[in-house]
Design a protein around this ligand. Structure first.
Ligand SMILES: O=C([O-])[C@@H](O)[C@@H](O)[C@H](O)[C@@H](O)C(=O)[O-]
Ligand SMILES: [Mg+2]
Length: 418
């Protein structure tokens, strides 16, 4: 199964004005779609970030993989390492430091996923079987709530409406739960002063009794603020995600609060695991195959977490169906990935490069696609439309901060801020 061609296609799709500690989402989110084609005519799919520097590296590496067998993932990793070489200083959307290993893992990931898709198709088994087999039939996801504006400035309101206070957040939770059946809730914080976000969690706790809740301010708080908020939310939160920057800060908070801390910011590459576990900085790691080097490497990280007693959930940025399929296969094959995973899927509101049908939400969970490989099919018309949108949208890299500063020139994305 020799790789003969690789197509790399950047795409853009509409994204609502979601607020976070870095600013606000721009009207278009970017992704890159990777298609790997073998000598036998099989095609595998991968999906990754669309930021220009990263896209350039993905394109450059694609050329270097022609002629490799789809099983030769170690050689593939070595070739990509040699090309990426140093830090790609492209910190996509609040996912912690950029370092050399993470830069390589991010570029490797879509090719690895595409090769697993091909291997599954060639042998007639779903990717979950290549990762050790199913430990669950469906993967639960959480309702991922955001404070948001009613519309991008100058546009008509989107169908989600504004969520600028606790009533808006409760209403948004109802909408997502009614449509998707989610059974746990995550609120993206770090947007308003902490007392306002405490009130939002308390309002959710009251409106949805018994539903597990998480709050993620993306390191917007000092150690002291984090400890205060955590005590005020004792009994309401399943876990508190990235309250404060860096492993040392998280360790200080973890030692003083009643609930586990989770992260997708301070532990983002293997070298972070020893100091984080030694200092008991986190109780939950949010895995993300897009920057942990694909599905097999992510499984290895999960095994390490198991050995060190860390629980697991899954992180998400704005993404399309290829990523959702990959996340679902990985989570279904990972015994200790027990918390409901994050997904931005609802915010993409049906826009996709994948044909409908294979990925559905039942009671907030996605049944593992049964077809061979990832079990999904590329919608070439949708890909062409989204590629055209990419060419026209004028955005080449995600930048929530500069976009926010257009409307609020004094906005500062400094972290910690409170
Ligand atoms: O999309 C967003 O605004 C999120 O804030 C994202 O950038 C984060 O990486 C993420 O979802 C998180 O859990 O930190
Ligand atoms: Mg997070």
């Amino acid at each position: 199964m020799i790789i003969r061609q690789i197509h790399v296609t950047p795409v853009a799709f509409r994204d609502p004005p979601l607020l976070n500690a870095a600013g606000v989402h721009e009207p278009w989110a970017l992704r890159t779609i990777v298609e790997v084609v073998t000598d036998e005519g099989l095609t595998g799919l991968g999906e990754t970030y669309g930021d220009l520097v990263h896209l350039g590296k993905v394109r450059e590496c694609a050329q270097a993989l022609i002629g490799l067998d789809v099983h030769a993932l170690n050689t593939m990793y070595a070739r990509i390492s040699a090309i990426v070489g140093n830090v790609v200083n492209d910190r996509h959307g609040l996912t912690g430091v950029a370092n050399k290993e993470k830069s390589i893992d991010r570029v490797f990931s879509p090719f690895e996923v595409a090769c697993l898709d091909i291997r599954g198709k060639a042998t007639g088994v779903p990717v979950v079987d290549l990762l050790g087999g199913k430990v669950r039939d469906a993967v639960p996801y959480s309702a991922y709530l955001f404070y948001k504006w009613a519309a991008h400035p100058g546009e008509d309101p989107d169908r989600f409406g504004a969520a600028l206070d606790e009533a808006g957040i409760v209403e948004q939770a109802r909408l997502l739960i009614d449509e998707y059946g989610f059974e746990s809730i995550k609120l993206k914080g770090g947007v308003y002063p902490p007392d306002q976000e405490i009130a939002a969690i308390q309002a959710l706790h009251e409106a949805f009794p018994g539903v597990p809740l998480r709050l993620d301010p993306n390191a917007a708080w000092t150690v002291e603020t984090s400890i205060r908020v955590a005590h005020e939310l004792d009994g309401a939160l399943q876990y508190l995600e990235d309250p404060t920057p860096e492993i040392a800060g998280m360790a200080q908070v973890a030692a003083a609060v009643p609930m586990p801390l989770a992260t997708n910011m301070c532990v983002v590459t293997p070298e972070h695991l020893p100091p984080a576990t030694a200092s008991h900085a986190i109780g939950v790691l949010l895995l993300d195959h897009h920057y942990w080097g694909g599905l097999v490497r992510s499984s290895h990280i999960a095994a390490m977490c198991d050995a060190f007693g860390l629980a697991m959930s899954m992180h998400s940025n704005s993404h399309l169906g290829i990523s959702l399929a990959a996340m679902t296969h990985l989570a279904a094959a990972t015994p200790n990935l027990t918390f409901a995973c994050d997904t931005h899927t609802p915010w993409q509101d049906g826009q996709d490069v994948v044909k409908p049908g294979a990925l559905t939400f039942v009671n907030g969970a996605v049944p593992v696609p049964a077809g061979p490989g990832l079990g999904i099919e590329l919608d070439r018309d949708a890909l062409a439309v989204m590629n055209e949108q990419y060419e026209k949208c004028g955005i080449v890299a995600r930048d929530d901060t500069t976009y926010m500063q257009r409307f609020n020139p004094t906005f500062s994305a400094r972290r910690p801020r409170w």
